[in-house]
Ligand binder design. Structure first.
Ligand SMILES: [Zn+2]
Ligand SMILES: [Zn+2]
Length: 143
């Protein structure tokens, strides 16, 4: 029987349902969480303050607020973190949620997930590792 969320080995598309239905080794996930205060760096990218002021990101400055501190991006000069799901936060705020809450080795730590859609960044990272995918090539579909 063909499962809808099954991986096509030639495709760079990764969907949320593929990650959700993937059989993870829980011990591996805990080890990743334990080894880092920030999520694995293939699971997010940084938009620098300089890029933030470029025309390409103009809409961020004019409309969007950080959903952790509720400040408009234009009020601060912090870099932003952009997650695979395209949700963005101040880098500073995003990292702080991991320090303030819970234990170091907790996979459920707030900064190991997207605060908006709850995508698990550790699972995302491990999924790419399990399928030997290059994060620069991956197109993530959040459904
Ligand atoms: Zn913020
Ligand atoms: Zn998200």
């Amino acid at each position: 029987m063909q499962v809808f969320s099954e991986r096509d080995p030639n495709s760079n598309v990764v969907t949320r349902s593929q990650i959700d239905s993937h059989n993870f080794n829980q011990e591996t996930l805990s080890q990743i969480a334990e080894s880092s205060i920030v999520p694995p760096d293939d699971s997010y990218k940084i938009i620098t303050t300089t890029e933030l002021e470029s025309p390409e990101h103009e809409e961020l400055l004019n409309q969007d607020v950080c959903l952790i501190c509720f400040e408009a991006y234009s009020d601060s000069h912090d870099n932003l973190v952009e997650l695979p799901c395209a949700h963005k936060f101040h880098y500073k705020c995003f990292i702080k949620t991991g320090r303030a809450n819970g234990h170091r080795n907790d996979v459920e730590r707030p900064n190991m997930k997207c605060c908006t859609c709850q995508l698990s960044l550790i699972q995302y990272h491990q999924y790419l590792v399990d399928y030997n995918l290059d994060h620069k090539q991956v197109e993530f579909v959040n459904k």
